[in-house]
Design a protein around this ligand. Sequence first.
Ligand SMILES: [Zn+2]
Length: 428
Amino acid sequence: MKTISIPEGMQTAVFVMEAGALKDAAQVIREYFPGKTPWIVADGNTWAAAGERVAEVIREAGITAKEPKIFPAVPQPHPYESTCQELAKMITEDTVPVAVGSGVINDLVKRASGIAGVRYFCVATAASVDGYTSAGAALSVDGLKKTMPCPAPYAVLADTDVLKSAPAPMMAAGYADLFAKVVAGAEWKITDLLGILPIDKKAWDLVQKNLRMWLEDSSNLGYLFDGLASTGYSMQVYNDSRPASGMEHLMSHVWEMEGLTYKGEDVSHGFKVGIGTLAAVRLMEFVLGLSEAEARKLAKPCETLEERQANMKELLKRNCYGNPEKIALDKFKAGDAAIERRELIFRNWDRIRYLLKGQIFSYDETRRLLLEAHAPVRPQEIGLDKEQFYHCLFTAQLIRARYTFVDLLYEAGLLEEAAKTLDIMFEE
Ligand SMILES: [Zn+2]
């Protein structure tokens, strides 16, 4: 059984990864969940990809398992909190839930196990998300996108033969999700500089130390899975998604709450995040291209509270975003506070540009790498028209307390001006 090292202090005790690793499933259960009864949860696709084999390995080892729960392949299972509540009812104290799948199956089982208060075992079937090793599950709660609390898996197993044979778009999605860490890092550097939120060295290193290397070659599955796993650990360490998620993730949450589909199917997390990432990089390049004097000249006056409220009402009129008004207004600075914040930004303008320069890839390079990974680079490729795309950019600022690059541009009075440079994304 070939294990890969896990940083200290994680909820995850073991990570098995190699070609053919499915054969080790029974050993993992014996060693890490002694005396427990395994219960496989999969969907039609992941059952065929790995679930059936895991069941066989368990049976051959003489371990008695519960009847597996197999969701249909079509329609794909949705990440509903209500489904987790149902699954949790079926988990007894002596059960070890075995999630065989990627994003949704893992999130469902992670949360259900958390509710039931038992440890679970995750068998990954695609390098498509960074949620395998993170605590918390991204779920839809009464139509709203929320990260629900629950521990990370106690054991993770990744058979690289299985990961390799996953549908190509899943690996592309994983790559785009990993690429988002470039943006998340740039934002964190800025909040650190401005005294809004300091960088946590341990969490930072887990994501950023090797990020460029991981992103260099999108066909390198080992790099990709390492990167995604390490990102999950950093969220465990920091107990928040700040190390791994910035404005691009908030954009993806907005589209999710709006029920974005393309050709009748849900758009994967990674693909939405990839489009958001490209937008973020473009906005960052806008800042890179402006001197402090030019930025000051271009800045529009700070909004009054009344103007802000009126704009928010317009942006949120679809009424599918929960009630983020309080969160958005807590962020909002009026009068002297707004002017003071703007001064702080402009005083640090050159430092911000310096930090960005050291952190991001250029727009062209980002686009090239995403294309090479077979991830979409134009908003219309995930079903977005200009109206929904631009609306999201302004709405993403409202839904979470997190300070992102959109907040920086808004506070500097440059958001509208910067957004104009995004039209290029729709072109060939
Ligand atoms: Zn993500």
